[in-house]
Design a protein around this ligand. Structure first.
Ligand code: SF4
Ligand code: SF4
Length: 162
């Protein structure tokens, strides 16, 4: 794995997402061997009545979940820029869940430990990205997502002027 790897995360194009929740099912099946949306590392959310989108961990710089953990169970891998959990330390107290603005950490009640996206690093691409029937998911970076938004605004502005 390239140590200079950019900080990537699973981005959802809300224009394409229909909220079908197939990503949640395939994630839990892939990670836990069962269809259980509570254990999915990606979550479908509806931030406004007209927008539906999927959200997974953003692997934040200075991640609040890491700072919030009283057991020092979370850390960011310098090699892969993904969040790592030391299961032996985690007590399932849920402080990290509270600290995350994205709702990207889930509690596994059976193990009293937490789970979060790991980008399926052992696979050619994340299972949710592969399986989304609308091709709404992609592995992206903050800069790439911001550039897409800028391009979109520029295109819309041109259409308005013409
Ligand atoms: S779990 Fe939440 S706070 Fe922690 S790195 Fe991921 S998105 Fe950021
Ligand atoms: S649930 Fe685990 S990882 Fe999260 S704050 Fe508690 S001990 Fe830390």
């Amino acid at each position: 794995m390239d140590s200079d790897m950019e900080r990537r995360y699973i981005h959802c194009d809300a224009d394409k997402c229909t909220g079908c929740r197939i990503c949640e099912l395939v994630c839990s099946a892939s990670k836990e061997g069962r269809f259980h949306q509570e254990l999915s590392r990606i979550r479908v959310a509806q931030p406004t009545p007209t927008i539906v989108t999927s959200i997974a961990c953003r692997f934040c710089e200075n991640a609040p979940c890491i700072a919030g953990c009283p057991k020092d169970a979370l850390s960011m891998s310098g090699e892969t820029n993904t969040l790592k959990l030391d299961k032996a330390r985690c007590t399932g107290c849920g402080w990290c869940i509270e600290a995350c603005d994205f709702g990207a950490i889930m509690l596994d009640r059976s193990t009293k430990s937490v789970v979060m996206c790991d980008l399926c690093l052992s696979l050619p691409e994340p299972r949710c990205v592969e399986i989304c029937p609308k091709k709404a998911l992609s592995l992206s970076t903050s800069e790439a997502v911001a550039q897409k938004a800028r391009d979109r605004v520029a295109t819309t502005s041109k259409k308005c002027i013409v």
